[in-house]
Write a protein that binds this ligand. Structure first.
Ligand code: AMP
Length: 282
């Protein structure tokens, strides 16, 4: 049976024991309500490490007031079955009080990379992410940690933080897993009703369009952004948060597409905010 613990000291002593035995450790940080996207990260971690820890924690400090902290879907029983079937060894499922006890006063903030894309509408989000991920790295001392390209800005930020703060681990980025019709898998897709679910396809359609344009030689960011924006605007239920093209490493906007770029979008379908992206090197 897979072990589930919300206790930091218990997790630390298990990790210590594994290290003593010379075993390598992979970490997959998640907020739970696991789907095939998360599962692909766990599978990769199981392939590349002797022991795999999945953290399941809806991190309150990465949500702003008015966002979906309370309504975020949770199902630890189902998540436990998925982790066990996928070959993970340990689930870390702490309470907010265990992670942020009374008197908690330290935060990790990042100056670069956090201003564009999701950082514009969610200015406190990435500070919360950097803080919790730093804590998870310190608690589980992984050799490798696995993050999805679905959250491409987050992946770039974590890579930068690891470099800047000299964390001793490898960050592994994993490709976006999609539904059969193209919608990127997300725990938040459960918020969509049937009509919205259909409308949500406009995100992956805009992504495919942009990617095709770049593959076919378009090098003007403005032209690609315009075409993607117009595509999204054909869907009456869609409201654009942003459509932008940035350097994939430093998340600075680019006028001309060259090197490794990230084209990223955030779109409200009804009340649900969804993100999608493509990365390409030209
Ligand atoms: P979350 O539980 O949404 O915070 O996601 C936990 C991790 O799973 C993050 O590194 C995400 O980028 C990754 N992830 C979520 N959805 C997908 C997906 N559809 N494909 C690949 N990775 C994903």
């Amino acid at each position: 049976m897979i072990k589930v613990s919300g206790c930091i000291s218990e997790i630390k002593s298990q990790i210590k024991e594994w290290k003593r035995q010379g075993l390598s450790i992979g970490l997959v940080p998640t907020m739970g309500y696991l789907h095939e996207g998360h599962q692909s990260l766990i599978e990769r971690a199981v392939k590349e490490n002797d022991r795999v820890v999945v953290s399941i924690f809806v991190n309150p400090i990465q949500f702003a007031p008015g966002e979906d902290l309370e309504s975020y879907p949770r199902d630890i029983k189902k998540d436990t079955v998925l982790c066990e079937q996928t070959g993970a060894h340990l689930i870390f499922n702490p309470t907010p009080e265990e992670m942020y006890p009374n008197g908690f006063s330290t935060n990790v903030t990042m100056n670069g990379l956090t201003k564009e894309l999701c950082g514009k509408t969610r200015p406190t989000h990435f500070g919360g992410v950097c803080t919790v991920v730093s804590k998870l790295f310190n608690i589980t001392a992984p050799d490798r940690a696995y993050f999805g390209e679905k959250d491409a800005q987050q992946l770039a930020i974590i890579k930068r933080m690891v470099k800047d703060l000299n964390f001793d681990l490898e960050i592994v980025g994993c490709p976006i897993v999609r539904e059969k019709d193209g919608l990127a898998k997300s725990s938040r897709n459960t918020y969509l009703n049937a009509t919205e679910r259909k409308a949500a396809l406009i995100l992956s359609k805009a992504i495919s369009l942009g990617k095709e344009m770049v593959k076919n030689g378009e090098r003007s960011s403005a032209a690609v952004i315009k075409a993607m924006t117009e595509k999204i605007e054909t869907e009456p239920l869609a409201k654009i948060d942003y459509v932008n093209i940035v350097n994939a490493e430093n998340i600075e906007p680019v006028d001309t597409i060259s090197g490794s770029i990230l084209a990223a979008i955030a779109v409200y379908i009804g009340k649900t905010r969804l993100i999608d992206n493509f990365m390409i090197t030209v």
